[in-house]
Each structure stands twice: as C-alpha cells, then as structure tokens.
Write a new protein. Structure first.
Lengths: 128, 373
C-alpha cells in the first residue's frame, strides 16, 4: 500500500462488525433495493435506507484472472463480480488452487478479506 | 442539428515522450484550421482525461488563440467526443458560429507505466483496472454466449490489418490469429494484442453552423449520455445498455437506422469492446456480434467496415484525444480522402466513444453521432 492509498478513505464494502462472512450493507425501506456501499438515500426511489447485512452466499456473475502486476499487488489475482443472495452485486477476490477462472454461475461464499482489505470469496463446494 | 465539420487534423499517435502535449496539439490544430480555412474560432472546447490544469491555454496561447472562451471537459475516453458533441450543440443553438474542438493526451509524461487504477473508486481500490473489467465481459460472453478465444482474437486481427494503411497509427503491423492468441495473457481471456496501447496524441476539428462547400461534413445527429446504475439487476455487460440507449437517440434524431450506415469508428479499447458495441448499436443480436469480424462484415471490403483507421487497438489510445481521432477518420472517409483504407462510396458514418471508470454505473459517458455528406 503506497502513501497515496493511505490518505484515501476506503471506498470498498466492509465486513459486518465481528463477522468474516457477511457485509455491512443497506436496504431501501421503501423499494427494498440492496446496497453494499453507503448512500444518502435509495438511488432508485429516494426512500430511506436501513442497515442490514449481506452474505455469505453468492453466485459468480463473471470472473477473470489478472496476470499483470498492479502497484502493491502480486499477480495472478482472481477477481469476480458476485451477486450476493437476495443482495447487491459486489466485486471481490476469489481463492483458487489452480488460477483458472470459475464459470459464470459458480456458487461462492464470503470468507473474509484479503491482506489488502478486499472482499474474499471461496468456492462453495456444498452449494453448487 | 445545424452543425458541420469544416476541418479536421491530428498528430501522429504513439508513445512520444520527446514531444510535448503542446507540440502534439499544435500539429492537430494547425491542420484542422488549414483544412477549415479559418484563422480563429469563436470558442474552443477541449477534451482531455489526464491532462494537467491549464493544458489547453498553455498550448493555444502560443498559436495566438487567446482572449476567447476555452472550456475543458473530462469524461474519460469520451472526453473529446463530448467536446465535439457540445460544440455541435453550441453552433446549432446559435451560441457560437465556429468552435474549435481539441482532444489531447500526453500519457507518457503523466505515468511511468500503465495507467494506475483509481484508488478512490471501489473497483480500482479492489484491483480492477479497465483491462480486467473488459476481461470480465469477455469471460461472461464466453460462458453465456459461447464466444471463443478465436472470435475475440479476430477483432484484433481485423483492426491491425486496417491500421497497416494508417500512417498516423501507433501499430502498423498486421498480426495473425496465432500471434494474438499467443501473446501474453493480461486478464483471462484477453491477451496483450487484444488490449489497446496507451499513446500520446492530439486531434482537432472545426465545427461550423453552416455548410460552405461540398467538403463540409454534416453532423446529422449527436447524442450524449451518462450510464445508469449497473448492479445486480443488470443482465448485460458493462457499457452495453449505455451504448444502446445513446445509439437509439442518435438514430432517431438522424432519421436513420444501423443498416443505413456505411462506415463506423467505435471504441475498441479491447476486442470484446468492439463485439459488445456492435451488438449495442444493433448490428447483431446480443451474443452474436463476434461473428461480424470473423465473417468479414466489419472488415474493409465488407458491408459495414468498423474501425478502418485501425481503431484503438492499432492507432493507439490517447484517451482524451481518441474521439477527435475517430472523428477525423470518418471525415476523411466521407470525403473520399482515406487512401488505401477508403470505404467505397461512404455516405453515412457513425461515431461512437465510450468512457468508463466509475464503479456502479454503466459507463461514465457515451457519445454516438451520425455524420453524412
């Protein structure tokens, strides 16, 4: 993590307090639109937001393996958009023993965050 | 819309650390002013993504272009396309008689390597740059629609073949399917030769409110939008819906459909980008756009050539300057001045640029314009 990163508030979804398998989130009290990031009101209907949690289960919408370095990160990194069950779509990292990207639709579960603070998912062997 | 392109110009494109942003801009602006046969516009609209504060005035005052309104616009890769759009609106509404549009980017002086991911952005902070974002789309197309690695690579082969004929392009060497697939993997399934290279460059155009000669190109329509929310409800890949919505507005305003278009310049920052964009523009049903390149439909000599300039994959991608480079190519095509890459009898052209980068929406900006003689 470089000096510039340290000065910037973390824009990523955060784990729920005391949990490694759920995300602190919000849901519109009016239209039930789910959010993983803070907002002043529901972006769909401008209704009030209630706090909630999302996870741990989700489905891979798309995934890739980044094979070139980024500052402060070591490739390969497996990244995926995950549609959390009944919840929002979030971007996270995936654990992998093979570095082969999982197909769209693969079931995963949230297991915490990486050392860099990214949401971390693992294949859900019991829920495929 | 009462707007006409009177003149265009560009610099060469590629890594040019020995030339300043001002020098690149001077080349493009001087050519455009000569082409338009004017000395001075009423206003200047500039598009740049990573240009430093004052980049336009720093360059333009040494051309004697001072004491007039200069506006600088940023919308990622669509920055100068938006500048073009705003110029067309401005002259069409009577605000100005002539507007000079400028796109400029000097990436080699801003970054020592690849463009860094934006740390204030959710996706950027998580390690997702645009190559990986487009790779996600390509992976989705592979899994859902059965698009093959060869289908993706065919776009790169086509656009590099086009770029051979463009003396201003960054890469002017044809590549084979095997070379594309064998190049270094960047983000699965996109290999190096399926990703545009960063470049330095500038483009310019003079937009006027009237048609003065047969060389002036009519702007039949121009549409500009920002993306809607892209979230768990979104069935299409990032960017698709924004391009489709914007194109629909451009077609309606021009009174045409995609089948009327003879030649297109579009945002092929990555091979999958061209495939998705052709579908969003209506050239093929969703999931079937990959066949357009491999069948020859979008090649020079095909029914609707896409990116005869070589596109971003061959010409290079100086982000904020790309829109004006695309515009210049289409003006040359419509005038019949495109040389070895000329599309025969091109009468109607479509310009599309997509700019992205902010997480949570379907793209920062998209411009679609229809041009005609």
């Amino acid at each position: 993590m470089n000096a510039r990163t340290c000065q910037i508030p973390d824009p990523r979804p955060q784990l729920a307090e005391g949990s490694q398998s759920t995300i602190a989130g919000w849901q519109c009290a009016s239209c039930r639109h789910p959010l993983a990031l803070p907002a002043p009101w529901c972006p769909l209907c401008h209704g009030p937001l209630e706090t909630t949690t999302w996870g741990p289960g989700g489905t891979t919408w798309a995934a890739t393996v980044l094979r070139v370095p980024l500052p402060g990160r070591t490739p390969p990194m497996m990244l995926a958009y995950i549609d959390l069950d009944e919840g929002p779509r979030v971007l996270g990292h995936l654990t992998s023993e093979t570095n082969e990207r999982p197909e769209c639709g693969t079931r995963v579960r949230l297991i915490g965050v990486t050392a860099a603070g990214d949401l971390l998912f693992a294949p859900n062997q019991d829920d495929s | 819309m009462d707007a006409y392109v009177w003149g265009v110009g560009t610099s060469e494109f590629g890594k040019q650390p020995h030339r300043s942003a001002s020098e690149l801009l001077w080349t493009a602006v001087a050519e455009a002013l000569r082409d338009a046969e004017i000395d001075r516009p009423d206003a200047v609209f500039v598009g740049t993504c990573f240009g430093e504060p004052g980049i336009a005035q720093r360059a333009l005052h040494r051309m004697g272009i001072t004491g007039l309104p200069i506006s600088v616009l940023e919308n990622a890769c669509a920055s100068s396309t938006q500048a073009f759009h705003e110029a067309c609106v401005a002259v069409s509404s009577g605000r100005f008689d002539t507007v000079l549009v400028v796109g400029v980017e000097h990436l080699t002086s801003r970054f020592s390597g690849a463009i860094p991911v934006e740390q204030t952005d959710t996706e950027g902070r998580t390690g997702l740059g645009l190559p990986a974002l487009y790779a996600m789309a390509a992976a989705r197309y592979q899994d859902v629609y059965g698009v093959s690695a060869e289908d993706l690579a065919a776009v790169s082969v086509k656009n590099h073949a086009h770029g051979v004929h463009n003396s201003r392009a960054q890469h002017r060497t044809a590549v084979t399917l095997e070379e594309v697939l064998g190049s270094r993997m960047i983000a699965d399934p996109l290999t190096l030769l399926q990703c545009c290279a960063i470049a330095d460059g500038a483009g310019a155009a003079v937009i006027g409110a009237t048609r003065r000669s047969q060389r002036d190109v009519a702007v039949l329509s121009s549409a500009f939008n920002t993306g809607e929310l892209w979230d768990h409800r979104s069935a299409n890949v990032w960017g698709y819906d924004l391009v489709a919505r914007t194109a629909g507005q451009a077609y309606a305003a021009a009174g045409c459909s995609i089948t009327d278009i003879d030649v297109l310049e579009m945002h092929d920052a990555f091979t999958i980008g061209e495939i998705v964009t052709t579908e969003a523009l209506g050239m093929a049903p969703t999931g079937e756009g990959a066949a357009l390149a491999s069948s020859g439909h979008t090649s020079l000599g095909g029914k609707q050539p896409v990116n005869p300039s070589g596109g971003l994959l061959s010409r290079g991608h100086p982000l904020g300057a790309t829109g004006t480079a695309q515009l210049a190519e289409l003006v040359w095509q419509l005038r019949g001045d495109a040389g070895a890459r000329q599309v025969p009898d091109a009468r109607l052209a479509l310009l599309e640029t997509m700019g992205g980068g902010a997480a949570g929406i379907d793209g920062n900006a998209c411009v679609v314009a229809v041009l005609g003689m």
